[in-house]
Structure formats: C-alpha cells, structure tokens
Design a binder for this molecule. Sequence first.
Ligand SMILES: NC(=O)c1ccc[n+]([C@@H]2O[C@H](COP(=O)([O-])OP(=O)(O)OC[C@H]3O[C@@H](n4cnc5c(N)ncnc54)[C@H](OP(=O)(O)O)[C@@H]3O)[C@@H](O)[C@H]2O)c1
Ligand SMILES: *[C@@H]1O[C@H](CO)[C@@H](O)[C@H](O)[C@H]1NC(C)=O
Length: 335
Amino acid sequence: MVPSTVVYVAAVPISVIVALGLLRKWRSRKWASCVSNTCLRGKTFLITGANSGIGYETAKALVRRKGRVIFACRDIGKAKEAIALIRKEQPLGGEMIPMQLDLSSFESIENFVEVVKAGFHKIDVLINNAGVVVPLNQDLKTKEGFEIHFGVNHLGHFYLTNLLMDLLKRATPSRIVVVSSTLHERGNINFDDLNIRKEVELAKKTGGGSRHNPGYSNSKLMNAYFARALACNLRNTGIDVNLVCPGFCATNLFRYSIKWYHYIFMAPILIAFMKTAKQGSETVVFCATDHSIEGKTGKFYRDCAIYNSKYNFDKDVETKLWNVSEELVKARKPL
Ligand SMILES: NC(=O)c1ccc[n+]([C@@H]2O[C@H](COP(=O)([O-])OP(=O)(O)OC[C@H]3O[C@@H](n4cnc5c(N)ncnc54)[C@H](OP(=O)(O)O)[C@@H]3O)[C@@H](O)[C@H]2O)c1
Ligand SMILES: *[C@@H]1O[C@H](CO)[C@@H](O)[C@H](O)[C@H]1NC(C)=O
C-alpha cells in the first residue's frame, strides 16, 4: 500500500494545478475571439513586428482567410522563417511578403516606405503592432538618439503611419489598428522630458529596480493619444483608426526583463492569467477585419468589445504630442 504521506504530498501539487486550470477556464470566458470569417482576398495588410507573438498570430489568421500580408520586420531572416512556418500550415493561404523595417531608425522607415510604394498601390489595413520592453537601466536609444520605448513604440510608428497615408487613402474604406495596452493607464507624458532621462538615470543607479517600466507605459499612452488624434484628423475620410489591448499574453515581449527562474515563481500566475499569443491576437484581427465596426473610429477595444479606458485623456496633450512628434521627426534628433 502507498504510505498516506505520499498521497498527501502528491495531492497538494495536483490540486493546485487543477485549481489553476479551473481558474484559467473561468477567466477565459471573457477572452472573446474574432468570429468573422469572410474571405480577405484582394486586401493588403501591413503588420509591423509580424514575425513574433501577437503580430505573428494576427498574420496567420489573415493569411488563413486569403489576405495578402506584408511582414514588416526588423530582421528579414526572422520574417522569412515566420512566413515559411505559416506557409507549411496554410499551403492555400494568402500571399506573404517579407520586408525589412527597423522602427528605431528614420532612415530604415523611409527606405521601407519607398519599397512598399514601389510594390503596392494601396494598403487596406495598417497594423502598428511592433513593440519593445527594455529595462531602463540599459539606457537604450534609437539611431536618432530617442529613448527606446518613446522612439520605437511611438515615434517610429508615428512617422511610418504618416508616410503610408497616401496608400491608406487609396484603399478606403481602410483601417489603422494601433496595438496599445491597458498599461497606458499608468503612463504619463512629461513634455519637458519625453526621453525620461530622470527615470533612466535613477534606474541606472538602482540597477533596474522597479518592475514597472515607465518608458513602456508612457509609450503605450502615446500610442493611445496618437490613435485618437489620427481618428479625429481622419474623420469622414473612410480611414478608421482604433486601439487594441490584446491582454496579458505569453510572447517574447518580456525577453529582456524575465529570467528563466522567474518562470518558476510566476508559473501559477502565468497558468491562471496569461493568454496565448493567439488568444491575444483575436481583438487585433477583429479590429482589422470585422464588418460590424466599419465606420467606427477612435475607440479602444479589448476582448473584441469596446473598452472604456480609465485614463483621463486631454485634448491639449493630444495635439501637443502630435505637434512635438512632427517637430522631432523633422529635427531627426531630441530637441
Ligand atoms: N504580450 C503582452 O502581454 C502584451 C500586452 C499588452 C500589449 N502588448 C503589445 O503587443 C504588441 C506585440 O507584442 P508581443 O507581445 O507580440 O511581443 P513580441 O513577441 O516581442 O513581438 C514584438 C515584435 O516587435 C518587433 N520589434 C521590436 N523592435 C522593433 C524595431 N525596432 N523595429 C521593428 N520591429 C521591432 C519584434 O521584432 P524582433 O522579433 O526582431 O525583436 C517583434 O516582431 C506590442 O505593441 C506590445 O506592446 C503586448
Ligand atoms: C499645434 O500646432 C498647430 C499648428 O501649428 C497650432 O495651431 C496649435 O496651437 C498647436 N497646439 C498645441 C497644443 O501645441
């Protein structure tokens, strides 16, 4: 007979796992998926960061429905690998085009747009998905010297979107989907220090320290402001602009900040609360394709439904951020 202590010792982890599984199941009731399934043949989608995580799963869903997808990726090799993987699963899916785009360099953005314009007359849906999270003590900057989150997540996409506007206008009704995060609610925009030198210096002194990364949250808030300004500027032009929070998902996003041993401590939380990248992509696909929201613009979506942000958006900040971003793009350096 098995000694009773062994039974007890085994019962604890087993019941914990079962409980976590049930918790996940209960939570996932709200994780809606995009049910629309119309054929996307003839439509061109451009996704930044399509080689990994949410961008990859979004691309796969669009290709399955025969959409043509431009993979705008920092590493062209990774773009090709992603395309080969999807092609294997979807031999009859839509066309996939790998293209090099490094959002941390204005020159790369300009070259990319030239290549796109040479090959495509119109873009039906632009999905600003790429994003980075880097611990602030690393003090990473873009080629032009902007703080990495500000430069890549906000300014790079700001510039890219503006350069692609002609192509989007030719495809109306067209769409822009901006992937933000509910973390924008923790963001803050300080026009005197957009490159958050103070926070970076503090992080360098304390060795990274705080788990909350203000550079990232601020950039996600700027994504939200940018999308709102754009929606407003483009009202009645046939270009809809909407924001998405994909939810907390298992992707490569936290590669710089998470060590392997964190996974052991965090496993219970991850099992119970974390979406897969595919589950995270559902709302992005919804905003990019669903007919029911055609003509609706300037909204935030989460779990395929409108999300009411707790952030108190300010119209002056919105215009000022737009103006300052335009100036910075012109100046090609922090002012
Ligand atoms: N995962 C979450 O829990 C979560 C939650 C809320 C919001 N989001 C948002 O979801 C979006 C997608 O993130 P993810 O979770 O799918 O992360 P991910 O797996 O790390 O994918 C990020 C993508 O962005 C690309 N990228 C990074 N820097 C770039 C640059 N300078 N130029 C061009 N591309 C660049 C990456 O390219 P490489 O592979 O070459 O690095 C990768 O393809 C992000 O905007 C993120 O803020 C994620
Ligand atoms: C933004 O720029 C426009 C045009 O240059 C100007 O009229 C407006 O006052 C500026 N707004 C803010 C808040 O800076």
